[in-house]
Design a protein around this ligand. Structure first.
Ligand SMILES: [Zn+2]
Ligand SMILES: [Zn+2]
Length: 261
């Protein structure tokens, strides 16, 4: 994908009369299209996604039953029961529970890729409520002390200009009124992108890739770790293990999407 072809628009300006006028002019000379299906859109605070594509993204929500540890959707089980998937039975991950809003496919994957690779930071405004909705399905604020994002290596963050997981975590923390720290966990070594690696290489790639730079801040605390996508859980496991080794009480993981393996 082309790196960051972000066309400057008025969308990132706060709502105001000036913004309305600029939107009208831009709609005349450069009408916007839905970044997923390309239907024409009026440039407003719609984040460049048409209502039909948004509805399709929301319809990708993962419903129970799911693995009570890693959150993997499970078929042919009673909805109300508590189950572990085969992988978690064989090798329980270091985190206490992982939940994702929806499947990493179709419109939901397009939204995440637009946020991650196309500079569409304002999509955080649409995606953070999805995180909040799935958060309240499994937990409440009383279950956690601190929200922490999965960090990017400083080199990658410089190239991209931001860490999408940090934007999501910060927006979620503001939405549900919980403490946030974007500086406690850092990526101490640069890793290959996980895409295209086998399961075992994914775990090897991120092993000991993180470092907790402020153990006192997480000591005996219950941490909610935020990432955009979970695939094998390798990144979440490595980050969670680092936090546990540094003295936190437990780590749970929340992502926008996960791949159904
Ligand atoms: Zn569309
Ligand atoms: Zn599982």
């Amino acid at each position: 994908m082309a790196p960051n072809p972000y066309f400057p628009t008025t969308r990132d300006l706060p709502a105001s009369r000036k913004r309305q006028i600029l939107d009208c002019i831009l709609n005349l000379i450069y009408p916007e299209t839905c970044s997923i299906c390309s239907v024409p859109l009026a440039r407003r605070q719609d984040c460049g996604i048409c209502a039909a594509c948004w509805d399709k993204a929301v319809a990708l929500k993962i419903e129970p039953p799911r693995c009570s540890c890693c959150g993997l959707p499970l078929n042919n089980f009673d909805k109300s029961g508590e189950y572990l998937c085969g992988k978690c039975i064989l090798d329980l991950p270091p985190y206490s529970g992982a939940r994702a809003f929806g499947y990493y496919t179709g419109e939901l994957s397009h939204l995440i890729q637009a946020l991650k690779f196309h500079g569409r930071r304002n999509l955080v405004g649409l995606l953070a409520p999805l995180l909040a909705s799935i958060f309240f399905e499994s937990w409440s604020q009383a279950d956690f002390d601190l929200i922490i994002p999965v960090p990017l290596h400083s080199k990658r963050k410089r190239e991209r200009g931001y860490n999408q997981s940090e934007l999501l975590a910060r927006a979620l923390a503001a939405r549900i009124a919980m403490p946030f720290s974007g500086r406690t966990l850092v990526r101490s070594r640069s890793t290959l992108p996980q895409v295209g690696l086998s399961d075992s290489r994914r775990f090897e790639n991120v092993r000991k890739a993180f470092c907790c730079v402020d153990p006192m801040q997480i000591k005996n605390k219950r941490i909610l770790l935020i990432d955009d996508v979970m695939t094998t859980g390798a990144t979440a496991s490595s980050a969670a293990q680092t936090l546990i080794d540094a003295g936190c009480f437990r780590v749970s993981v929340l992502t926008i999407a996960r791949t159904a393996l």
